[in-house]
Design a protein around this ligand. Structure first.
Ligand code: AMP
Length: 278
């Protein structure tokens, strides 16, 4: 596996691949890799000849009061996992490589979608995400890129950005990987004790009840919200529950099969998000 931290040698490697019509799939991550990331990498390997993974803890998507400083950084294990998975190249840029001075004079945003849901409580978050992803896309110029449904709003925002800017990249999503209790895997689960993980799994269980209720003919958000609240662990503070159109992310006027339920909450300061197709 090649490991690059600078753009020029990475570009030279990519240039050589493109000379031989080799296809490239790209998986951007912030590290602390788990089976969710692994599933993205494996899916990427079915799409293209070579898979490039980036690990970059993007500072501009964290607010000052958020967990940038304590975000897990097990780089040694991450490298090992990528090597074992037969990743072709790992890109580990520094902050100065991605954001040289004045480079944020140019920004790419998807303003309307970025202010909904997670954007309400994290106002600069999606702007940070689109700005890093667009830079990584421009550096790597992959044919394909793979994102997790775990971060469903992020996936729709990236897809919209790629479409609106006519980028020649096909964006794919991969279903959420969960632990045996249903808790969506996340690097932030490292902050949770076993008891808290158990409590956190009530999120997925509640979303499953919503799906079942909708298929049994319950379509009003008040009843569905009540169902979630009744089944959610008391230790979770709800940030939002939203029932949305799966393509546009706009709130559904009538909740129906094919929509998506989005959830965010906090358990002892750890932010947890999840979503499910209903
Ligand atoms: P992150 O490292 O958290 O920025 O995530 C990198 C990519 O992995 C994003 O596209 C996430 O949506 C995806 N991802 C994170 N957790 C999961 C999961 N449990 N299942 C599937 N994909 C995931």
């Amino acid at each position: 596996m090649y490991v690059f931290d600078a753009i020029d040698p990475l570009r030279e490697y990519l240039f050589n691949l493109k000379q031989t019509d080799t296809t490239i799939a790209f998986v951007p991550t912030m590290g602390a890799l788990h089976n969710g990331h692994e599933s993205l990498i494996k899916y990427a390997q079915t799409l293209a000849d070579e898979v490039i993974v980036s690990i970059f803890l993007n500072p501009i998507q964290f607010a000052p009061n958020e967990d940038l400083q304590c975000y897990p950084r097990p780089l040694h294990d991450d490298k090992h996992l990528c090597k074992n998975l037969d990743v072709s190249a790992l890109f580990l840029p520094s902050e100065a490589t991605i954001y040289p001075s004045n480079s944020l004079l140019t920004q790419v945003t998807v303003p309307t979608l970025s202010t909904l849901y997670c954007g309400q409580s994290r106002p600069n978050f999606f702007q940070g995400v689109t700005n890093v992803v667009i830079r990584l896309f421009n550096i790597i110029q992959p044919h394909y890129s793979v994102f997790g449904e775990k971060d469903y709003q992020q996936f729709v925002i990236i897809k919209t950005c790629v479409q609106n800017l006519f980028l020649p990249i096909t964006v794919y999503s991969v279903p959420t990987i969960r632990d045996s209790n249903g808790l969506a895997l996340s690097s932030r689960n490292n902050y949770l004790s076993d008891t808290e993980k158990n409590e956190a799994s009530s999120i997925y269980q509640s979303l499953c009840l919503v799906k079942e209720a909708v298929s049994n003919g319950i379509h009003d958000s008040l009843s569905l919200n009540r169902l979630i609240k009744n089944n959610l662990s008391d230790s979770i503070a709800i940030d939002y529950i939203a029932y949305v159109d799966a393509d546009t992310l706009l709130p559904s006027q009538t909740i129906k099969k094919g929509n998506r339920v989005l959830f965010a909450g906090t358990l002892n300061q750890t932010r947890l998000i999840d979503n499910l197709a209903i």
